[in-house]
Write a protein that binds this ligand. Structure first.
Ligand code: SF4
Length: 251
């Protein structure tokens, strides 16, 4: 049975493997895949060598995970891409990974979840909101934001560990927009973390990367409002990933 997984990368700093799914239902203007389909944490010469070799089926996936478990004592599985929820075999992939006793994180745009996902409440779900403004969200992704907000509410209500991400996009999703996302989170559960990434310019967009001053302005506003659940990843992560990053598939 075929999955949509076409690329695997192992990170030794936290013994995790990132499973890249190919398809996505959204058409985000700032999608990093416009720069490259391959994991941006790999070294440039390795990225150059990557050639698409098709999709893993469930048996092949099981063999790779077993190998990672034996060789590296794999601890975590991160499902992203692309959009894992567009894979009609996502639940089978999750069940397979659970059999290896892995901690599973699903990175998703949160637009729709397959029926039956609710029984996997030990899966951590990270949902990205590109803008909470309905018009802006459609403009940026091609899809409405409302179903995403409803899904976040339902997942939190059903006991899932949820984390929300957004992107600081100068001139599009700035302090006011990010504080509105924060208000939405507060209306559900103030303990849900909000991670703010920095926009990275991709071909076809005019927005720049946020400056340090812009991020500091957001930070002071959070301090002024005594908001403690927001993490400015775009400000703190300025250097690369710790430890070794290995290309697992395709090779
Ligand atoms: S949801 Fe993610 S993968 Fe899909 S288009 Fe948007 S940024 Fe790209």
């Amino acid at each position: 049975m075929r999955t949509d997984i076409f690329h695997l990368v192992y990170f030794d700093y936290d013994r995790s493997c990132y499973f890249h799914f190919y398809n996505c239902n959204f058409r985000c203007l700032g999608c990093l895949r416009k720069i490259s389909l391959w994991d941006c944490h790999l070294k440039e010469d390795e990225i150059k060598k990557c050639k698409f070799k098709g999709f893993l089926n469930l048996k092949e996936l099981e063999n790779v995970v077993q190998k990672l478990k034996i060789e590296f004592n794999l601890r975590k599985a991160v499902l992203g891409g692309g959009e894992p929820t567009t894979d009609k075999n996502l639940l089978k992939v999750i069940s397979l990974l659970k059999n290896f006793d892995l901690e599973i994180t699903l990175l998703t745009n949160g637009f729709s979840f397959p029926q039956g996902f609710e029984k996997f409440e030990d899966v951590k779900v990270t949902i990205s909101i590109k803008s909470i403004d309905p018009q802006k969200h459609i403009f940026y992704t091609g899809y409405p934001v409302f179903p995403i907000l409803e899904n976040i509410k339902n997942l939190a209500k059903n006991g899932f560990e949820v984390l929300v991400e957004t992107i600081y996009i100068p001139g599009f999703n700035e302090v006011e927009g990010i504080l509105r996302i924060e208000d939405f989170i507060f209306s559900i559960d103030e303990k849900i973390p909000l991670i703010v990434d920095s926009f990275l310019p991709v071909p076809g967009t005019l927005w720049p990367k946020p400056s340090l001053e812009e991020l500091e302005k957001l930070e002071s506003e959070l301090v002024r409002r005594n908001i403690k659940n927001v993490y400015l990843r775009g400000k703190t992560i300025r250097s690369g990933v710790k430890g070794e990053v290995r290309l697992i598939f395709p090779q």
